[in-house]
Ligand binder design. Structure first.
Ligand code: PEP
Ligand code: MN
Length: 288
């Protein structure tokens, strides 16, 4: 039986393996030579859903040329409506792998069930657990038995502590390669798809050694908000971003309105590299 440490002498279990007290140094995860955590800025980009070979490879080549460090694409899509495009499943994973091989980018794709875990695990470099499954405990436990890194997105109604507890589920099974992702939470505000909680980045960096990235695409649902919020995320201390990009967002089968065109992504990347370099220099100057 695993025992969990207590806080404040009350019987409330606290995350342990994920905590700064357990490990002072930032965790840096290395995926095929691409690092996430510490002072590295990792940019995961690609379409919401893998639609066909042309779409996946065209978009992959464009995000690589712009400087993205990892490639995303959903093959199992957790859609609100059962009538919406559900993803190409294994066919999609094959296309993502092909695009990753061509561009030499590590790949990320979502896994939505324990039944399909093995198949996603066989094709991708990082497995994503989405907002709707952040507290799917059997899925978290299965992820904990994987040898591949897990990108764990914050539940849309989850507290920061619950997010770290979900990470603890994965880590307590033996997999310490967990990347957290702030992707917006549900609030009373409906102008944006969700409300981006940038203070979660600050809180996670204080409470945990795990890397945390921001997904401004799902946080806002609006492509014209991606650039300023991406910059704000990097300045706040996020270890990277996950951004939806499509070679032609008008015809995207999923999340077109929040997807950046490849040219706009290219422009954003140039600014982000510049910003990140200057931010690091400033941090070092202040420290020394
Ligand atoms: C996604 O990244 O494709 C996705 C569905 O995100 P979320 O789980 O944050 O909604
Ligand atoms: Mn999406």
């Amino acid at each position: 039986m695993k025992t969990l440490p207590m806080i404040n002498n009350i019987s409330k279990p606290k995350f342990n393996l994920a905590s700064r007290e357990h490990q002072g140094e930032d965790t840096i995860i290395n995926v095929k030579g691409v690092k996430i955590g510490g002072d590295h800025m990792t940019i995961i980009a690609g379409p919401c859903a893998i639609e066909n070979e042309y779409q996946m490879i065209t978009t992959a080549k464009a995000v690589k040329a712009a400087g993205a460090t990892m490639l995303r694409g959903g093959a199992y899509k957790p859609r609100t409506s059962p009538y919406s495009f559900q993803g190409l499943e294994e066919e999609g994973l094959k296309l993502l792998k092909q695009a990753g091989d061509i561009t030499n980018l590590p790949t990320v794709s979502e896994v939505i069930s324990t039944e399909t875990f093995d198949i996603v695990e066989a094709y991708v470099d990082i497995l994503q657990i989405g907002t709707r499954n952040m507290q799917n405990f059997p899925l978290l436990k299965r992820a904990g038995q994987s040898k591949k890194p897990i990108l764990l997105k914050r539940g849309m109604a989850a507290t920061i502590e619950e997010l770290l507890m979900a990470a603890e589920y994965i880590m307590s099974e033996g997999n310490h390669q967990v990347i957290l992702c702030e992707r917006g939470i549900r609030t009373f505000e409906t102008y944006t798809r969700n409300t981006l909680d940038l203070s979660a980045v600050l809180a996670v960096r204080k409470l945990s050694h795990l890397p945390i990235i921001v997904d401004p695409s799902h946080a806002t649902g609006q492509h014209d908000m991606i650039e300023p919020l991406s910059k704000a995320s990097i300045i706040t201390g996020a270890h990277g971003l996950m951004i939806e990009v499509h070679y032609q967002p008008e015809i995207a089968l999923c999340d077109g309105p929040q997807s950046l065109k490849t040219d706009d992504f290219h422009h954003l990347m140039r600014e982000l590299f510049f910003l990140h370099d200057h931010h690091l220099q400033l941090k070092r100057q202040i420290r020394d």
